[in-house]
Design a protein around this ligand. Structure first.
Ligand code: HEC
Length: 159
């Protein structure tokens, strides 16, 4: 019973969050002055944010996988399953094949800007109808989570 109450409270928070933030869009349909219109950058699939280039480990580093798993369980598991099943957000199975590592890390560390500017992130938001809240991950934490995602997708972990 208590668990149900906690779940309902959580669902409510997500609901409020999902529906919030639309109030300040009143200027959205006014055309921006020419000087403010940015040339759309060619979409390289790496997303928008600080992460421009990620070098991957092969085999994966076990300590990073472990740390990534702990962060996942603490901060991400409520909304992301490790299977391909969607709960609040998309399941993570196969994510490392669908997305570039830079995109994944930018999404994890810079979600608000990604949802504002990145077409793939915007498409996900349309599908899921919920905005992923900023998780305040450091870049190091996001890199560990990425390592864990590769392990979840079956890449070899070293020893
Ligand atoms: C409150 C729910 C919630 C939590 C917690 C959450 N996410 Fe998300 N996540 C979402 C939603 C919803 C989306 C779909 C895009 C959107 O609407 O923002 C998403 C999308 C993503 C994507 C893109 C998925 C894909 O299939 O391309 C990544 C990567 C991601 N989240 C990483 C993380 C990480 C890393 C954490 C933990 C540190 C985390 N998320 C925690 C809700 C959440």
């Amino acid at each position: 019973m208590k668990q149900l109450a906690v779940f309902l409270a959580f669902a409510l928070i997500i609901f409020i969050y999902a529906c919030g933030g639309s109030g300040d869009n009143s200027s959205a349909d006014k055309p921006a002055p020419k000087s403010m219109i940015e040339e759309p950058a060619a979409d390289d699939g790496k997303g928008v944010g600080e992460i421009k280039e990620v070098s991957l480990n092969s085999p994966l580093k076990p300590a990073m996988v472990e740390k990534g798993k702990a962060i996942y369980e603490m901060k991400c598991a409520a909304c992301h399953k490790l299977s391909d099943q969607r709960v609040v957000g998309p399941g993570w199975k196969g994510i490392t094949e669908r997305r570039k590592p830079e995109w994944i890390m930018n999404m994890a560390t810079n979600v608000d800007i990604m949802l504002e500017k990145d077409p793939a992130a915007q498409a996900l938001l349309k599908e899921c109808l919920v905005r992923m809240p900023n998780q305040n991950l450091s870049i190091g934490d996001a890199r560990d989570v990425l390592e864990f995602m590769y392990a979840n997708d079956g890449q070899e972990v070293g020893n």
